[in-house]
Design a protein around this ligand. Structure first.
Ligand SMILES: Cc1cc2nc3c(=O)[nH]c(=O)nc-3n(C[C@H](O)[C@H](O)[C@H](O)COP(=O)(O)O)c2cc1C
Length: 181
C-alpha cells in the first residue's frame, strides 16, 4: 500500500454536507471502476450498482432512507445491490467491499462520502426499480464536501487486536525482536 493510499484511508470521514457542484463524469467513471475491480468470492461478482444523479430520485431515496434529508444534497448516491442467486453466502460481503473501494477512490480524488445503511429496503428498492429477488445491501453518497468533520473516536488499539490468540495482549515491538533472533 502506498503512503498515498494509507493517507486516503486515514483522512476519510463521513460527510453529510455537500456543495451543489457536480462530480465530473470522468471522476465518477474512475470511482465506479474502482468498485468493478473489487475482489469477490470465487470472482462471483454478485452485484449491481445504481448511480443515482436525478434530483427527484435522490429526494425519494432520502425519504426511503429513514428521512435522511441530507442525502439528496450529495451529487451522486450509489446503491449497492446484491444478486443472491449468484452467491447467497457472499453477496453482502462482496457488495460491501466494492462499495468501500468506491468510497476510498472517491476520497482519494478529494470527494466527500458517507455510507448509508439506514433504509427501508422495500421502499428504497421501489424508488430505484430494483427487482424483487435482488437485495439492497447499502448505499454511499458522493459529492463535493462542504464540511471537514473531525475524526470520530475509535476503540483503543489494545482492545481490538490480539496477538496469536484471541485476547492475548498485542505488543508488536516485542514480537518483532523475537522474530529477528
Ligand atoms: C454500514 C454503515 C452504515 C452507515 N449508515 C449511515 C447512515 O445511514 N446515515 C449516516 O449518516 N451515516 C451512516 N454511516 C456512517 C457512520 O455513522 C460513520 O462511519 C461512523 O460514525 C464513523 O464516522 P466516520 O465515518 O466519519 O469515521 C454508516 C456507516 C457504515 C459503515
Amino acid at each position: 500500500m502506498s503512503k498515498d493510499t494509507i493517507a486516503t484511508v486515514l483522512e476519510r470521514r463521513s460527510v453529510r454536507k455537500y456543495n451543489p457542484a457536480h462530480v465530473p463524469t470522468e471522476d465518477l467513471t474512475i470511482i465506479l471502476e474502482a468498485g468493478r475491480q473489487a475482489p469477490s468470492a470465487h470472482n462471483g461478482q454478485p452485484w449491481h450498482f445504481v448511480a443515482v444523479r436525478d434530483p427527484e430520485v435522490k429526494k425519494a431515496l432520502g425519504i426511503a432512507c429513514n428521512n435522511q434529508i441530507w442525502i439528496p444534497h450529495a451529487d451522486v448516491v450509489i446503491a449497492g445491490v446484491g444478486l443472491p442467486r449468484l452467491s447467497e453466502r457472499w453477496f453482502a460481503i462482496d457488495v460491501t467491499i466494492a462499495l468501500q473501494n468506491m468510497v476510498l477512490a472517491a476520497t482519494g480524488l478529494g470527494y466527500g462520502t458517507c455510507w448509508i445503511g439506514a433504509f427501508d429496503e422495500a421502499k428504497a428498492k421501489q424508488v430505484l426499480g430494483i427487482p424483487e429477488e435482488l437485495r439492497l445491501v447499502a448505499l454511499t453518497a458522493i459529492g463535493i464536501a462542504a464540511e471537514r468533520p473531525a475524526a470520530k473516536p475509535r476503540k483503543p488499539f489494545a482492545e481490538i487486536f490480539s496477538l496469536d490468540r484471541f485476547g492475548a495482549a498485542i505488543d508488536l515491538e516485542r514480537r518483532a525482536v523475537r522474530t529477528v533472533r
